[in-house]
Ligand binder design. Structure first.
Ligand SMILES: *Cc1c(COP(=O)(O)O)cnc(C)c1O
Length: 425
């Protein structure tokens, strides 16, 4: 029997020139500055994994541990991942789709976004490498995830965010004991500064010097979709694009499942969704170029507002390889989609989820998605952290005294109006 210590990771390899490096906190190639990626021994992995082995394990992202770059028993994120794949019948009827699912990371543990996945893997690795301080450059959700997982792992934590992120994301980082620094500038300014700080201070920046490990955690979103559909892929998946981690990694996850024999067919059209106010990748996709021109983000979808995405090129490649497409959603379209999802399915998404749903609706309208096909819409973050994005557009509650006759009067008044009380005929 193989031991828990066994790992299938062999080394780090440059995605551009192919130079290999030993497993270490390195993220760019010293020869060509290309990004480094974790390499696995798939032949050996194929003999070690099976559907039944995975299905027998606890319902968290570590059930796919052979496909992740960790050694030994996982110590971080014991409740992260394995979020619901919700069959969305009412929303599907609204969109004219028979098989619509929401992959619901609004309920990821412990910080209610997809970032709990990447951070579980990155902080596991930070501990293996012996770091005492973890850090990140964040648009908000990453900040809360790093702060929470660092607290539980007993590590120091320093968070960097652009000014102007939602209050919930500041409170939700500071509360866990992290030092929070906001930068006068946008995410791309924060990221540049953090690269310099990582070099100088030797901290574990989960999305900078631990990036090869961090990004691997995003595969678990794709593994779960396949397992939850009964070890098959949907015809389409619509995924938000910010820095460009999750989309190519979900595409990679689908390929790996086929490679190690867990699924039979890896065909799935992977579609990218961006907010119109921050759409450098979709602009390039629509122009048919590989050249991504950076933009200055201006959108309510702050968690995906990255104007110069580190892995944008890999998003384009994965989308094109899969036969997928991409569209943008304006701020009003995002808000409308958030409301629609909430009213049809009882799921409160943050603007990133409004973006993917609004884009899915466009793909249906463009007939890129057929009514009978299986569609998964990625909902990657929770709306309770971004109340300000939707609160203004909602009706105010009615205010009355605690007297039955006051309620009777209200009921009478509203009956037959545009917004009758529920239960009115
Ligand atoms: C970070 C994030 C994403 C994905 O961003 P990538 O950098 O492209 O992986 C999607 N949704 C939410 C809510 C996020 O916080």
């Amino acid at each position: 029997m193989r031991t828990q210590e066994e790992t299938f990771v062999t080394d780090l390899k440059c995605r551009e020139c192919g130079q290999t490096y030993p497993l270490s906190p390195l993220h760019v190639c010293e020869m060509c500055f290309g990004p480094l990626e974790v390499i696995y021994d798939y032949a050996r992995m194929r003999r070690a994994v099976s559907r039944s082995l995975i299905e027998a394990r606890p319902r968290n992202l570590w059930r796919y541990r052979e496909l992740l770059p960790v050694a030994g028993e996982p110590q971080v994120g014991p409740h992260s991942g394995f979020t619901p794949l919700v069959k969305a019948a009412r929303l599907g009827a609204e969109l004219g789709l028979k098989e619509l699912y929401i992959k619901d990371d609004t309920v990821n543990h412990p910080t209610l976004s997809y970032k709990d996945r990447v951070v579980s893997v990155a902080i596991s690795k930070a501990r293996e490498f012996g770091f005492k301080t973890v850090s990140c450059a964040s648009t908000g959700n990453l900040a809360t995830a790093v702060a929470a997982h660092a607290a539980r792992a007993g590590l120091n934590c320093v968070i960097f965010m652009p000014e102007g992120v939602e209050a919930g994301k500041i409170v939700g980082s500071t509360l866990y004991g992290a030092s929070v620094i906001t930068i006068r500038g946008n995410y791309d300014d924060v990221n540049r500064l953090c690269s310099e700080i990582a070099d100088k201070y030797g901290w574990a920046f989960v999305n900078i010097n631990l990036r090869p490990y961090y990004t691997e955690g995003a595969k678990t979103y794709g593994f779960e979709v396949a397992e939850q559909l009964g070890w098959r892929l949907p015809d389409h998946i619509v995924i938000p694009t910010a820095g460009g981690t999750i989309l190519p990694k979900v595409a990679k996850a689908f390929k790996e499942l086929k490679e190690v024999g867990l699924i039979d067919d890896s065909a799935c059209k992977v579609h990218s969704a961006q907010a119109a106010g921050s759409a450098p990748v979709i602009n390039a996709l629509h122009k048919g170029t590989d050249l991504i021109t950076p933009v200055k983000p201006d959108t309510i979808a702050k968690s995906i507002a990255i104007g110069n995405p580190a892995d944008g090129f890999y998003v384009l490649r994965a989308v094109r390889e899969s036969g997928g497409w991409g569209e943008v959603a304006s701020d009003p379209e995002i808000i409308e989609a958030i409301n629609l999802l909430a009213r049809c399915e009882g799921i409160f998404a943050e603007p990133a989820g409004g973006t993917t749903l609004a884009v899915a609706m466009k793909l249906v309208a463009q007939r890129r998605i057929d009514p009978h096909e299986t569609v998964v819409v990625a909902v990657t973050g929770n709306g309770y952290k971004t109340l300000e994005a939707v609160a203004q557009g909602l009706p105010q509650p009615y205010v009355i005294e605690a007297r039955l006759k006051d309620f009777d009067a209200l009921f009478e008044r509203l009956n037959g109006t545009a917004r009758p009380l529920a239960g009115a005929a």
